[in-house]
Design a binder for this molecule. Structure first.
Ligand code: GCO
Ligand code: MG
Length: 402
């Protein structure tokens, strides 16, 4: 079998997705996701101009060799664009291999280690009352784990919370929306949110929170400590992870579990955090951390250190990544949880998939391959639209982490 054609499809069924389609001379094809939210076109150029020409004529069964060829062979290693391109190719190749083997991908990985995959939903609100209502709604839908994000009094919009959705959409078409942030106000407010949530929901629902990279280590330590009475499932991305040893300080002060890694691209980004047991959950996902090949390596390494998996699964990773993650989730012995924030109808329409969601649980399905396809005719109806993530500033105008 040989790789005959590689198509890179960019479409925006509500948000932009970059999809790789690898077609073989035997008619089998595979699909991969290569989306980097807000920088989509860079991956398209990387794939079309630099990767595709090198792969035509190669044996698609040589997944490991192709992975190494694209990783080591580029000389310029790692980074989100390179790794998203490698991930897209890798997912498509595993899809082809599993189709050729006539089995669902999870069987090729070693089979199912569990019957269903626990996922967590997103609940957010501007006021505490709104958050409580949003969490209750997710509980009624059957979610056993819910991430709660709350507005901070006096601030119009922060990560996960927007005052005026319409305004954001209009602005997002042009340039990044700018938000304003105060760590001290946030730190004062968040413990109150979780105190109220525990009062209302009791102890049978897992509660999670994402600090979205905004704190310093000692601030994160304080937040973790103050949230201890409310027994969070985790506190996510408390501190930007460029300085992994910064997390030692967080660990010294709190037993609140720590989750990290949605923006990591390789095992090297996660190595020290895992080795020193500075985190409890590793958030790498198939589209940004090297596809099935990259993720499997990171997760096996994490298992030695009692670190569990928690694949990133927001709306900006496509249903192809979701499907691929679910096969890994079903197999991986050290599974923790899967993020699932759902998709718009148009996204489901563009990516027909075998995976399914019921209550708070997901399953990859029994279709051969990873079970996710792309409907190219539907994709044509939704052309790419330039869009950015917001940026964040402190009250005095200093650019901060978003
Ligand atoms: C999460 C993430 C996302 C990111 C988004 C950026 O935990 O789901 O933090 O919401 O902000 O993926 O593109
Ligand atoms: Mg996050």
């Amino acid at each position: 079998m040989k790789i005959k054609e590689i198509r890179v499809i960019v479409a925006s069924p509500g948000r932009n997705f970059v999809t790789v389609k690898i077609i073989t001379d035997e008619g089998l094809y595979g699909i991969g996701d290569a989306t980097v939210n807000g920088r989509e076109k860079a991956v398209v150029a990387y794939l079309e101009d630099h990767v595709a020409p090198c792969l035509i004529g190669r044996d698609p069964m040589q997944i490991e060799d192709i992975w190494q060829y694209l990783y080591r062979g580029a000389y310029w290693r790692r980074g989100p664009i390179t790794m998203a391109a490698i991930s897209g190719v890798d997912m498509a190749l595993w899809d082809i291999k599993a189709k050729a083997a006539n089995m669902p991908l999870y069987q090729l990985l070693g089979g199912a280690s569990r019957g269903r995959i626990m996922c967590y939903a997103h609940a957010q609100g501007r006021t505490i009352a709104e958050v409580v209502e949003a969490v209750q709604e997710k509980r009624e839908q059957g979610f056993a784990a819910i991430r709660a994000q709350a507005g901070v009094p006096g601030f119009e919009s922060i990560y996960g919370i927007r005052k005026d959705k319409k305004k954001l959409t209009t602005l997002a078409k042009a340039l990044p929306v700018e938000e304003v942030w105060s760590t001290s106000e946030y730190l004062r407010h968040i413990p109150k949110v979780f105190e109220k949530l525990r009062d209302v929901v009791g102890w049978n629902t897992h509660l999670l929170h994402d600090a979205h990279h905004r704190l310093t280590p000692i601030e994160a330590a304080r937040l973790g400590k103050e949230l201890e009475p409310f027994r969070l499932f985790w506190l996510e991305d408390a501190v930007p992870a460029e300085l992994p040893e910064g997390y030692r300080l967080v660990r010294q002060h709190t037993t609140t579990p720590i989750a990290l890694g949605e923006i990591f691209n390789t095992i090297w980004d996660a190595r020290q955090l895992i080795e020193e047991q500075l985190i409890d959950y590793i958030r790498t996902t198939s589209v940004h951390a090297g596809g099935v090949t990259g993720l499997r390596r990171i997760f096996d390494f994490a298992s030695i250190y009692h670190v569990r998996t928690a694949c990133h699964g927001p709306t900006d990773v496509s249903p192809v990544t979701m499907g691929t993650n679910l096969h890994i989730d079903l197999w991986v012995p050290n599974f923790g949880i899967q993020e699932y924030s759902g998709y718009r109808e148009a996204t489901h329409e563009m990516f027909p998939h075998a995976w399914s969601w019921k209550g708070g649980y997901l399953h990859p399905g029994e279709a051969i391959g990873h079970g996710v396809d792309i409907d190219e005719a539907v994709a044509e109806k939704y052309p790419y639209k330039r869009a950015y993530l917001p940026v964040n500033r402190l009250e005095d105008g200093t650019l901060w982490h978003w």
